[in-house]
Design a protein around this ligand. Structure first.
Ligand SMILES: Cc1cc2nc3c(=O)[nH]c(=O)nc-3n(C[C@H](O)[C@H](O)[C@H](O)COP(=O)(O)OP(=O)(O)OC[C@H]3O[C@@H](n4cnc5c(N)ncnc54)[C@H](O)[C@@H]3O)c2cc1C
Length: 289
């Protein structure tokens, strides 16, 4: 049903989760989010480019985006997917493109986070991160709590300067490598976060799961982890019932992941599948037209 929805019926819903198609629209959204006390990370929607030329274009767009962030004085960094800059085509293309973006991040004293994609890319992503981080320390990675390997990855990577987002993971992975039980994923998320914060790393705690946020928040308070060692992250537009403002009031950094670009339709379908309750809203829209 979701797959056959016309684009116009999804558009009002998409506006909740996507800043816009253009950089100009996105700048306005980021400034509004900044004014409410949140920092942002920008993502140009898309992944798995089909040609080197496409990867080159996206790389240039990301490099330009750092200039825009600086000129517009936005409190904002950038997240990328490696298959968006060519990893599925050729590792050398992706490495070259990544280094170009990292140079821009360094020039602007900004930060780049590499999103984590599905499991065929896990090790390649970690390897690329390890190859680049000593020259470009302003970079971070993501660990997915549903992967059985992630706690061990956290142990191996955790040292001063290690900066990772912890999320549950969004792809459909097989049972041999991924936890399937919700409580087990929550426990793994908690343990990975504890591992990083008990060592010397920085944790970006990316979840909308309020009981999990409460559990981590309580642990942080009880162990008095300094607030410059972590931040909370959410996807732009996901309703959080005031919990984010409570985190801000405690002096914590809360970052919103703001996607934008021409690929808004596919991204919005993914959000819809995650929260089918919103389907009634979209269907209502279909009939209102
Ligand atoms: C900032 C950020 C960055 C991420 N980066 C990555 C990444 O690099 N790689 C990766 O694999 N995954 C990434 N994810 C996705 C993540 O792995 C989860 O799939 C997603 O966040 C849903 O899990 P949850 O922890 O919010 O908990 P859930 O248990 O899924 O959700 C908790 C509650 O939030 C609600 N909710 C969750 N998502 C939405 C939504 N989109 N719209 C409306 N309500 C929603 C649910 O209905 C539920 O009530 C990222 C998530 C965030 C927040």
């Amino acid at each position: 049903m979701i797959r056959i929805m016309p684009r116009w019926s999804i558009h009002p819903f998409a506006k909740t989760y996507v800043a816009g198609e253009s950089v100009q629209e996105t700048v306005l959204v980021v400034k509004k989010v900044n004014d409410r006390g949140f920092t942002c990370t920008l993502d140009i929607l898309g992944e798995h480019v089909k040609s080197g030329a496409e990867a080159e274009n996206i790389t240039r767009e990301y490099c330009d985006l750092y200039d825009v962030i600086a000129v517009e004085n936005m409190n904002c960094n950038i997240s990328i997917k490696l298959t968006h800059i060519g990893l599925a085509l050729d590792k050398t293309i992706a490495t070259d493109n990544l280094v170009r973006i990292l140079k821009q991040a360094k020039k602007h004293d900004n930060f780049l986070r590499i999103d984590m994609e599905n499991s065929p890319y896990t090790q390649q992503t970690i390897d690329l991160y390890k190859n680049c981080v000593s020259d470009y320390p302003n970079m971070g990675i993501v660990l997915q709590a549903y992967l059985k390997r992630s706690l061990e990855d956290a142990r191996n990577l955790n040292r001063t300067g290690f900066n990772t987002r912890v999320c549950k993971g969004i792809y459909d992975e097989r049972e041999t490598i991924a936890l399937k039980d919700r409580a087990a994923i929550q426990d793994n998320f908690f343990n990975i976060t504890k591992e990083i914060l008990s060592g010397n790393g920085f944790a970006a705690i990316a979840t909308h799961d309020i009981p999990l946020i409460d559990r981590i928040d309580e642990w942080i308070e009880s162990t008095q982890v300094s607030s410059n060692r972590f931040e909370f992250q959410v996807l732009y537009g996901v309703p959080m019932g005031g919990r984010l403002e409570q985190l801000l009031d405690k002096g914590y950094t809360v970052r919103q992941y703001v996607p934008f670009g021409k690929e808004w339709f596919d991204y919005s379908l993914r959000r819809l599948k995650e929260n089918p309750k919103i389907m009634s809203y979209v269907l209502g829209n279909l009939f209102k037209r």
